[in-house]
Design a protein around this ligand. Structure first.
Ligand SMILES: Cc1cc2nc3c(=O)[nH]c(=O)nc-3n(C[C@H](O)[C@H](O)[C@H](O)COP(=O)(O)OP(=O)(O)OC[C@H]3O[C@@H](n4cnc5c(N)ncnc54)[C@H](O)[C@@H]3O)c2cc1C
Length: 398
């Protein structure tokens, strides 16, 4: 059987992959998007989670903006979207905006064959594509602190390893981290019947303010709202991701490190305060397997203590590193130019390997914080499609 040849192969059917597919199809490109739609949201986020982003910042992108979240269901301002509904919305979007171009196969590897990208699928089939878009999301980049390296998976996990938290009922669990993922995972664990504590380096937990429906004119000027929260910096990161790319690298690195830092949602605070013990100003320095787990902690004064727990969950976020894109054949991965661990991308999200694109979290070091959120997917999809169209319609030289 001959290997099919297509214009665009998109790997990953999360918000970014589906949005790029919708735009590329509309541009008339022969496109396929691979992966089970919204898999990471369905299986690697906790059951019962609510989206932190506002409904109005949670639209997937299609060229005519026909399939936004509000076309699926209308949410009031400030009404949190349940993750199960968001998964259903993503699939609803996929059916309408992507249709038959969705192939649920897992992609096992991406290499090259001549000028084409060669994809091997878990089914054993192969596909050749003139260009490839990796929309792999957050899973390849889960950051596990070195201090937990000695522990086996039944004693220490990453927050992204979990969906069902009910299995922890009656157990003593320590969650490391102070962001929304740590605070919400801890709350849901406690509500599932676990005894939970949060350990974090920060001296004070940060909580987002309750969004006011009516605000004074002064408030609106001083702290305008945007898809990434309130305040002028958020307005810039959300509206001008293309301009972020032109900032000097150290400035971009600073933005990525500090913008929209760890904070809990306003609607979580009461549930969290009632249910979770907190140890702040404390760094996890080492761990060892005992009957359960012994964590070694150092507080701000340098005092060292130990803490015994049955299981530790690192809600310690994600760190992009090209070396961790295991899907790419070695030669191809080594050819992707990077600045430190993060990929260098063109204004159309193309890597230094012609035709190979990276979107979503992997593009945050180039286009800023919007790429960490669903909010950025329409911008990415439009830019990538512009680049693909130019590239694929360019007359061939040979
Ligand atoms: C706990 C948690 C809560 C979050 N809450 C919010 C929120 O409220 N609002 C918000 O905007 N953002 C939120 N985010 C960030 C969110 O992850 C991103 O906004 C969004 O997922 C980006 O979409 P994506 O398509 O890039 O990635 P993903 O949604 O991760 O999609 C990538 C997909 O690619 C698939 N894939 C990977 N490799 C392959 C392969 N080899 N073959 C086939 N498929 C593959 C994965 O299974 C996955 O389904 C949250 C993140 C976490 C971890």
């Amino acid at each position: 059987m001959r290997t099919p040849v297509i214009d665009v192969a998109i790997v990953g059917a999360g918000p970014y992959g589906l949005s790029v597919a919708a735009h590329a199809l509309d541009a008339g490109l022969d496109t396929r998007v691979f992966g089970r739609p919204m898999w990471a949201w369905e299986h690697h986020m906790p059951r019962g989670m609510l989206l932190k982003s506002e409904p109005d910042a949670s639209h997937l992108g299609d060229p005519d903006r026909r399939y936004g979240l509000d076309a699926y269901r209308r949410y009031a301002y400030g009404e949190p979207v349940p993750v199960a509904e968001f998964v259903d919305y993503g699939r609803w979007f996929g059916t309408r905006a992507v249709g038959q171009a969705l192939d649920e196969s897992e992609v096992v590897s991406v290499g090259t064959e001549g000028e084409m990208f060669a994809l091997s699928l878990a089914s054993g089939e192969s596909v050749l594509a003139r260009s490839a878009v990796l929309a792999l999301g957050f899973l390849p980049f889960a950051h596990r602190p070195g201090a937990l390296a000695a522990l086996p998976p039944d004693a220490a996990t990453h927050s992204s390893d979990h969906h069902e938290l009910g299995g922890f009922a009656g157990r003593d669990v320590t969650v490391v981290g102070a962001g929304q993922s740590a605070l919400e995972t801890a709350t849901l664990l406690a509500e599932a019947g676990a005894k939970v504590r949060v350990v974090a380096r920060t001296r004070m937990l940060d909580w987002n303010a309750v969004p006011a429906e009516r605000r004074s004119a002064l408030d609106r000027v001083l702290a305008p709202r945007s898809g990434l929260g309130s305040g002028w910096p958020s307005v810039v990161w959300s509206r001008l991701p293309g301009a972020v790319r032109y900032l000097p690298r150290p400035a971009r690195a600073h933005i990525v490190r500090t913008a929209l830092g760890p904070a809990g949602s306003w609607w979580l605070r009461e549930r969290f305060d009632d249910a979770v013990t907190v140890t702040l100003g404390t760094r996890l320095t080492a761990s060892e397997r005992r009957d359960g787990v012994r964590l070694h902690l150092t507080d701000v004064t340098g005092a060292i203590t130990t803490l015994d727990t049955e299981h530790v969950i690192a809600a310690t976020g994600y760190r992009v590193d090209v070396a961790r894109i295991g899907l790419l054949a070695d030669r191809l991965r080594r050819a992707v130019a990077s600045s430190g661990p993060t990929p260098r991308l063109s204004r159309t999200f193309e890597t230094s390997v012609g035709g190979l694109h990276l979107v979503g979290l992997a593009a945050a070091a180039t286009f800023g914080p919007a790429m960490r959120f669903v909010y950025g997917c329409d911008f990415a999809a439009r830019r990538v499609t512009r680049g693909l169209t130019n590239r694929l319609r360019r007359p061939r030289t040979s």
